[in-house]
Design a protein around this ligand. Structure first.
Ligand SMILES: [Zn+2]
Ligand SMILES: [Zn+2]
Length: 419
């Protein structure tokens, strides 16, 4: 009963907080307790906390705390990598210390001990390789080569200069503020490997996902198989054509065995091998998550021909078009591009992803990408658009106005989302 009251109280607090945050700032609630509560929550309490923090930590302490916050949330840091390594190492430790002499068993052969060792080592190797790999950093030396990889679609990508690298951004590239570089054919910045995923290391990222998925599936099977093997050994389960659990009760002086439901089997497994059972269930859960993530990633990149970054950019373009801020027009040579110049005629052509070149080619683009080769460059040569790309480039004002509108849309949309 006490539990029920606690849940009711927690629910009441949540409803009250939502009411304060929604209704408190409205004109109608000005001067009411709701308005006062909103002011206290958004102005009074934060400023009091700031004063307390300043008093305890002094300005230098508060500045250090702010820097720490920035480092955790916005800068390249190894925290998620350490978390991943802790999970893998912790799981491996639980597995090898608990499995000891339980392999081989009636369910699994002894070679699975080695199978697990190789699978874990493989994950470590791929994880380290992906973490330290070059995702396709665009430098002055390889810039000309990067510009030749893809043509501008003038819908998502325009020939504009990166304000940090001072290089023309190649089509499908993006500047990563964490890696402090423009990345060729970028997918996204992955906090798990603390590195960008781009043209040169996308294959490694896929291998990393597959290796973790394999370890999750195989690890779940071996951990739970070992638990079942132990149960079979003690007579609490049987493993022939199907898995069955047994329980027993005293009838008179004798224990009578009877078939138990799965829930009883799980309870027995948890009592007999708590750590291996929890590890196996956790890995099964990870396997589901990894399958969903890998499927979604392959759907976007291979089936739709978009990087993760482009997937987000497409929704910005669609939003800007739906809002009437930009529209498609043609240059007279059949090239379609995005513009916000209302005097231009509207194109009847549908919005099309020119980088989607069929499932096989999209997959090849990820696993066997074009080479980024270094070339001798004169100091300012990299700022120029190479001839092949310039031929396909449209008037630069198109690029600047449409990019500015899209950038505006992106931030407006973000603000709208935040609201
Ligand atoms: Zn850049
Ligand atoms: Zn990055």
């Amino acid at each position: 009963m006490a539990g029920l009251y606690a849940w009711l109280a927690a629910g009441g607090v949540v409803v009250l907080l939502v009411a304060i945050m929604l209704l408190g700032p409205t004109r109608t609630c000005r001067g009411t307790p709701l308005g006062a509560a909103h002011r206290a929550l958004t102005i009074g309490i934060p400023s009091a906390l700031r004063r307390v923090a300043l008093f305890i930590l002094r300005p230098t302490g508060v500045a250090a705390l702010y820097r720490l916050w920035r480092w955790i949330g916005y800068e390249k840091n190894p925290l998620t990598q350490l978390f991943f390594l802790t999970l893998v190492t912790g799981g491996a430790t639980i597995f090898f210390t608990n499995v000891e002499d339980k392999l081989p068993n009636p369910v699994l052969g002894g070679y699975h001990w080695w199978g697990m060792l190789v699978s874990i080592l493989f994950v470590y190797v791929v994880f380290i390789a992906a973490s330290v790999s070059d995702p396709g950093f665009i430098t002055r030396a390889n810039h000309a080569s990067a510009m030749q990889q893809y043509l501008y679609d003038h819908i998502m990508f325009f020939p504009t200069e990166c304000s940090t690298c001072h290089l023309i951004k190649p089509a499908r590239s993006k500047h990563c503020s964490m890696c402090r570089h423009c990345i060729a054919h970028v997918d996204h910045h992955c906090i798990w490997i603390n590195n960008c995923v781009g043209q040169k290391n996308h294959w490694l990222f896929l291998l990393f996902l597959v290796s973790v998925l394999w370890l999750s599936v195989y690890g779940a099977c071996v951990a739970l198989g070992t638990v079942v093997g132990t149960m079979v050994h003690y007579g609490w389960a049987s493993w022939d054509s199907a898995l069955r659990f047994y329980s027993g009760k005293y009838i008179g002086p004798r224990i009578v065995r009877y078939e138990a439901p799965w829930s009883d089997g799980l309870a027995m497994a948890l009592a007999l091998e708590p750590l291996l059972t929890v590890l196996g269930l956790f890995l099964a859960f990870c396997a589901l998550l990894m399958t969903a993530f890998l499927a979604l990633h392959l759907y976007t990149t291979v089936l739709r021909g978009k990087s993760t970054h482009e997937g987000n950019k497409w929704s910005d373009v669609q939003y800007a078009i739906d809002e009437g801020q930009v529209f498609l027009t043609e240059d007279g040579k059949g090239n379609v591009y995005l513009t916000d110049d209302q005097s231009k005629p509207r194109s009847e052509q549908p919005l099309r992803n020119v980088y989607h070149r069929g499932i096989v080619q999209n997959f090849k683009d990820l696993v066997c990408p074009g080479k980024l080769t270094d070339a001798e460059v004169e100091p300012d040569r990299a700022l120029l658009v190479p001839t092949a790309v310039a031929a396909a480039a449209l008037p630069s004002e198109t690029a600047t106005t449409a990019t500015a509108t899209l950038a505006g849309q992106g931030s407006k949309k973000a603000k709208k989302r935040a609201r």
